[in-house]
Design a protein around this ligand. Structure first.
Ligand code: GLU
Length: 290
């Protein structure tokens, strides 16, 4: 049997913190325990936020922690054609439409809708897409695209869910509310998610499912902050005819006030901790893997 494949997939938009160390070490340990392979994937599709110095720091910090990974490393920015092909497949199924509202226009539409009561929010707390681009006539849509107006390509969630009902996933870890085992997927909670933008011809959801399948990842170990996103990932996997990995969501490392760590919170950054004299074994201990 082929060895199981794991991956750690950070975005180079800041320096790694204790939460990344925990996730990277969990993947590394799982790969070692199972005789598996560990891949490192650089999720750098957002050209406005990703920087080469953060990518270099990822390699340095992970190596310092004692993690090793297979090369070559897959950098998502080098594989846009693969994501484009997946997007074309979804388009051919009639599940994708362009939406032309800017972020500011969307915010305005949401506040307008909220005059009639609360507008639904996705599991991350962002309002669902409030626009009506889905119902534009084909000629109107073509006219707007041809005019050069920027747009986002969105998934027609209702139509997508009709094609893939009864979705579940196998949770080996634990969701934020203790979910484990066979978990029902609820992609509809996300509304018409963005699959690509004019300036970034893919999205997190799309590229992550394409890459996990292409790289043969069998067990996805990542933080609970991505637990609910798994619903969208399962939907895309089924629509694209991709295999089903297992998921192991892990608890999040929090700061002294119980807040989720962010790349800007300096005190929990791996570089700051290293400069303060903490050793890799000390980091393991700090995250509870000692
Ligand atoms: N690139 C994502 C992040 O840095 C993680 C993606 C994933 O593990 O699915 O949060």
């Amino acid at each position: 049997m082929a060895p199981p494949v794991f991956r750690f997939a950070p975005s180079p938009n800041g320096y790694l913190h204790l939460g990344h160390a925990y996730s990277g070490l969990m993947n590394f340990d799982r790969a070692r325990e199972t005789g598996g392979r560990l891949l490192l994937r650089i999720e750098d599709i957002d050209a406005t936020r990703c920087r080469p110095e953060f990518e270099a720091a990822i390699y340095e910090d992970l190596a310092w922690l004692g993690i090793d990974w297979e090369t070559p490393v897959r950098r998502q920015s080098e594989h846009l054609a693969a994501y484009r092909a997946a997007l074309d497949k979804l388009s051919a199924l009639g599940l994708v439409y362009p939406a032309f509202e800017s972020r500011a226009e969307i915010a305005k539409l949401v506040s307008l809708r909220e005059t009639n009561g609360p507008w639904p929010r996705d599991p991350d707390g962002a309002p669902l897409y409030p626009g009506e681009a889905k119902s534009l006539s084909a000629p109107e849509r073509d006219r707007l695209v041809a005019s050069g107006m920027p747009y986002a390509l969105r998934l027609d969630m209702m139509a997508a869910c009709q094609r893939a009902t009864g979705l579940t996933w196998n949770e080996l870890g634990e969701g934020p509310d203790g979910e484990r085992g066979t978990v029902p997927a609820r992609p509809e909670a996300w509304g018409d998610v963005i699959l690509a933008r004019k300036e970034t011809p893919t999205s997190y959801h799309l590229s992550v499912v394409v890459d996990d399948a292409l790289q043969g990842v069998g067990e996805i170990v990542r933080g609970q902050d991505l637990f609910h996103a798994t619903s969208v990932h399962r939907l895309l996997q089924v629509l694209l005819g991709l295999g089903e990995p297992a998921y192991r969501h892990h608890r999040l490392i929090r700061d002294g006030e119980g807040r989720k760590l962010s790349k800007s919170s300096r005190s929990t950054g791996l570089r700051a901790l290293r400069a303060a004299g903490i050793t890799p074994a000390g980091i393991r201990q700090l995250v509870g893997l000692g």
